[in-house]
Design a protein around this ligand. Structure first.
Ligand code: PRP
Ligand code: URA
Length: 209
């Protein structure tokens, strides 16, 4: 596996991922698990964030501390990425969230862009694309291309489950983009679904299956 592909080995991620995959997990619990796993993966993906020193006043004395010095942008790919961006803004409230609407054409499996809420100028230091499923990789590759054309310099991809085909596609097209995942599964089926996967991540979050 390429150096830039990180698959979490954290026991909590593994435990919650099994619950997420289960076909008896209902949308409410599914959304909670997406939120929890996304926060754990975000923690792993941001170990290298730059800090700036500061001083806070405790009730007893001044105390040296730190604050995040980078402007972090989270880019959820609609619609399934929404649960992950909502999770991340909870634990780092200073993030900017810029929405990108992409869907996979069911026949061709090619990504179609239908919404782009990026501001005209890049105003973030680190761009984190979030989407639970990296299947063929078409949507993730398209999202990175949009961000690079926009002028983003440091980009990371955060997903929950990938197919080997998607990891290969994204890392070959953009070897400079680290990929953080909870699991890499066996393969894609003939409809482009990840096996064993979890089904349709958007439908399972929003009850539209
Ligand atoms: C899913 C998923 C990714 C994409 C992955 O979205 O959330 O965006 O498919 O597939 P790929 O790697 O083959 O491009 P979908 O198109 O189902 O849209 P939705 O989030 O609106 O349900
Ligand atoms: N999108 C999903 O939601 N699930 C898959 O398995 C593949 C693409």
């Amino acid at each position: 596996m390429a150096d830039q592909v990180h698959v979490s080995q954290h026991p909590l991620v593994m435990h919650k991922l099994a619950l997420l995959r289960s076909d008896v997990t209902k949308p409410k619990k599914f959304r909670e698990l997406v939120r929890e796993i996304a926060q754990l993966l975000f923690y792993e993906a941001t170990q290298d964030l730059t800090l700036a020193p500061l001083t806070v006043q405790t009730p007893l004395a001044p105390c040296a501390g730190y604050e995040v010095a980078e402007r972090v942008g989270v880019i959820p790919i609609l619609r399934a990425g929404l649960g992950m961006s909502a999770a991340i803004i909870e634990i780092l409230p200073t993030v900017h969230v810029w929405h990108l609407g992409l869907y996979r054409d069911h026949e061709t499996l090619q990504p179609v862009t239908y919404y782009n809420k990026l501001p005209s100028e890049p105003n973030i230091d680190l761009s984190l694309i979030v989407d639970p499923m990296l299947a063929t990789g078409g949507s993730a590759v398209a999202a990175v291309e949009i961000l690079k054309r926009w002028g983003a310099r440091r980009i990371k991809f955060l997903g929950l489950i990938a197919a080997p085909e998607g990891v290969q596609h994204l890392s070959a097209a953009h070897p400079d983009v680290p990929i953080y995942l909870a699991a890499i599964d066996s393969h894609l089926d003939e409809r482009g679904y990840i096996v064993p996967g979890l089904g349709d991540a958007g439908d399972r979050q929003f009850g539209t299956g």
